[in-house]
Design a protein around this ligand. Structure first.
Ligand code: ADE
Length: 233
């Protein structure tokens, strides 16, 4: 897949692109590209943002700059681009990212993530150029870059060949294989440490019992997580 990030801070992604699972994804033919709207603006001083009409704090990314940036990258009107590509504005109030949302993106050939900064985007960017807005949680980051990395990480690790052991992306937290529940607990050597023993069943070699035990722990965790969400919300 081709994952593009439109960001005023492309250098932030250098570190991310150098992580092993990301390098694996790139070696397998997937792409992670970054583009800076500043390289496309015609405004003096490479300006990309402006003060909000109606007043208020902060700066807003300009619609004309984003139009030029997307045209420069894709060679077509972004109003048409979104008809056959998911163009996603990262914003705290968007659709919250979860495993099902990640799976939708994994199924795409190309996805574009727009990172806001300061007060975010001129609303016409979202209305005219984007297919949706995505949030990684109900809190406000200083910009969309870390959110874009969260999305990219969650998506790229699910692509075949990215993780060392492909099965690890199948039976994992929130997957269909676990009916949407979190993953069961894992243990490794030593079997006992400071008197803390690994559950006997995991040392039994009895696959049926191990699987049943894991499924049960996974269900318990799911129920506990839902209780915490309810109590917080
Ligand atoms: N930009 C700022 N805060 C964000 C959030 N929580 N999710 C996605 N993008 C953001």
């Amino acid at each position: 897949m081709q994952l593009d990030v439109i960001t005023l801070f492309p250098e932030w992604f250098d570190w991310f692109a150098d992580q092993r699972h990301v390098r694996n994804a790139l070696a397998a033919g997937h792409e992670l590209r970054t583009f800076n709207p500043r390289d496309h603006t015609e405004l003096s001083g490479r300006q990309v943002d402006d003060t909000p009409f109606g007043g208020g704090a902060g700066m807003v990314l300009r619609v004309d700059v984003m139009d030029r940036a997307l045209r420069g990258v894709y060679g077509r009107d972004p109003v048409e681009l979104r008809e056959d590509r998911r163009v996603i504005a990262l914003a705290p109030g968007g659709r919250t990212l979860d495993d099902a949302y990640v799976d939708e993106l994994v199924a795409e050939d190309g996805v574009t993530l727009l990172c806001g900064r300061y007060e975010g985007f001129d609303e016409r960017i979202v209305e005219r150029f984007c297919t949706e807005t995505l949030s990684i949680g109900r809190y406000v980051l200083a910009g969309g870059e870390l959110a874009a990395m969260v999305v990219a990480d969650a998506v790229l690790r699910k692509l075949p060949g990215t993780l060392g052991h492909d099965a690890s992306a199948v039976e994992e937290s929130f997957s269909a294989a676990l009916d949407g529940d979190p993953e069961y607990p894992h243990y490794t050597r030593p079997a006992e440490y400071r008197g803390w023993a690994v559950p006997d069943v995991l040392l039994s070699g009895h696959h049926g019992r191990i699987e049943a035990w894991r499924r049960e722990r996974s269900r318990e965790r799911g129920a506990a997580g839902r209780r915490l969400d309810r109590d917080d919300g």
